[in-house]
Ligand binder design. Structure first.
Ligand code: GLY
Ligand code: MN
Ligand code: MN
Length: 443
């Protein structure tokens, strides 16, 4: 079953909140354009996240306009109905259908955008739009302002201020509402199922792309529209390449596989990493590294709670990882030295998480006025420590080429965080049990 993302009340309430935050003025938010992949073939269409958050409207060629003020109103500009185009490319709501179904106050054909906006901007204090996001829209925004200024002699005032509307929407998107959490839990559960499926399917002599196929199959058969980002399926030392996506190598007995994959469902991303043996068991060296990363993740998750600062989970993870690196003889000196000189960064070079929502690296500041921001209830983030030991002469033999990351998606609450991806197996015992089950069933 797919979540119902066409909820005009929900999106209308978000538009009303944005109108209030604007304190006057007009905002213009275009959705994403269609993009050509080659000649006359397009990439799969994906709407703009800010536009979609405020409309739920899935078609390309659409622009949302909100006029703030005592009685705010929302206007949608979209493609007109067109029997021929709909015969070739599929259904279009058209302005009237869109207004009725999505709850806009007014709606117009997209061709009327420029003239109507130039009208709407008269005597308004400010124009809000995604400033700098797209050069063509920047030029168009200037043309609207100039069109209003051209009417100055007839007494019409032009906006004196231009703002990036994304700053206001980002803040709203940072704290998820009940509808969003429902969709995100479902996306997380589909992705957890996909990881279980891939863990079961991994076998010596198989290929990374076979596991990629298992993931994509599980996403799509559960109604997810897309992978939220291209899956990373990295066998052996490929796991030490952070953004490995070629996924074309053979899987070998005795090696680990790192899979970083999550689906996008009704616009919302999930983001899970699991690292597990190709065959039945972790080697002692792999297990040692794995347990350190798992402990780092537990320490970080323990710091994910309302009232804590954004960097507390990262700092907690780094401490555990650095101590582990000392135990493994990957770095030398005291723990304080390793932390202070940041020698741990050779083996752990990324941050421990990011906001998660409509975008996999979701909207929202991490610092405000120079200070890490405070976690509050309803924020969703990832917790994803790792250890990446590239082969080198000064690295113990048994550890060379081991790469481990463990990533879950968590919801901030007043107490312990809710791990919405918990259904993906994670402890050594659970992973090895799943692999044993596969061998038993095959035998
Ligand atoms: N899969 C992207 C990330 O983990 O940030
Ligand atoms: Mn992530
Ligand atoms: Mn990830």
């Amino acid at each position: 079953m797919k979540p119902n993302d066409l909820d005009p009340v929900l999106h209308g309430a978000r538009r009303a909140r944005l109108a209030q935050a604007m304190q006057g003025g007009v905002t213009v938010i275009p959705t994403a354009p269609e993009r050509i992949r080659n000649r006359d073939t397009h990439y799969p269409y994906r709407f703009d996240s800010h536009f979609y958050y405020l409309t739920g409207f899935p078609e390309p060629g659409a622009v949302l306009v909100i006029v703030a003020g005592a009685q705010p109103k929302s206007l949608l500009f979209c493609r007109e109905k067109n029997e021929e185009r709909e015969t070739w490319d599929g259904f279009r709501f058209g302005p009237q259908g869109a207004r009725e179904r999505f709850g806009f106050d007014e709606s117009y054909p997209i061709a009327e955008l420029d003239t109507r906006i130039a009208e709407l901007l008269g005597d308004q204090p400010a124009l809000y739009y995604p400033v700098g996001a797209d050069a063509a829209w920047d030029a168009r925004a200037m043309s609207w302002l100039n069109a209003v200024r051209a009417r100055a002699r007839s007494g019409t005032g032009a906006p004196e201020r231009v703002h990036d509307v994304r700053a206001l929407i980002d803040e709203m998107r940072l704290v998820k509402d009940a509808h969003e959490l429902g969709v995100m839990r479902r996306a997380a559960s589909i992705s957890a199922g996909a990881h279980r499926r891939a863990i079961r399917a991994a076998r010596p002599g198989g290929f990374e792309f076979e596991l990629e196929a298992e993931l994509l199959h599980e996403f799509r058969r559960n109604g997810a529209e897309f992978p939220a980002y291209w899956p990373i399926v990295a066998g052996g030392a490929n796991a030490c390449v952070l953004h490995y996506v070629s996924n074309d190598a053979a899987l070998r007995a005795g090696e680990l596989v790192l899979i970083d994959a999550g689906c996008e469902l009704a616009g919302y991303a999930s983001d899970i990493t699991r690292t597990f043996p190709v065959s039945e068991r972790f080697t002692p060296a792999q297990r040692e590294v794995y347990e350190i990363v798992l402990a780092a993740q537990a320490a970080a998750m323990d710091k994910v709670r309302a009232g804590n600062a954004w960097n507390e989970p990262h700092d907690a993870a780094v401490r555990v990882l650095a101590r582990g690196m000392l135990d493994l003889k990957l770095v030398s000196g005291s723990l304080d030295e390793v932390l202070e000189k940041e020698t741990y960064k050779r083996f752990y070079m990324h941050r421990t998480g990011h906001w998660l929502g409509l975008d996999v690296h979701d909207a929202g500041d991490y610092k405000r006025a120079g200070k890490w921001r405070t976690l509050t209830r309803g924020m969703v983030l990832t917790v994803e420590p790792g250890l990446y030991i590239r082969a080198a002469d000064d690295v113990p033999h048994a550890l060379r080429g081991i790469g481990v990351r463990i990533e879950d998606d968590v919801l901030v609450t007043e107490g312990a965080c809710e791990v919405i991806t918990a259904a993906a197996p994670k402890s050594v015992a659970d992973i090895e049990a799943l692999k044993r089950e596969v061998t038993r069933n095959a035998g």
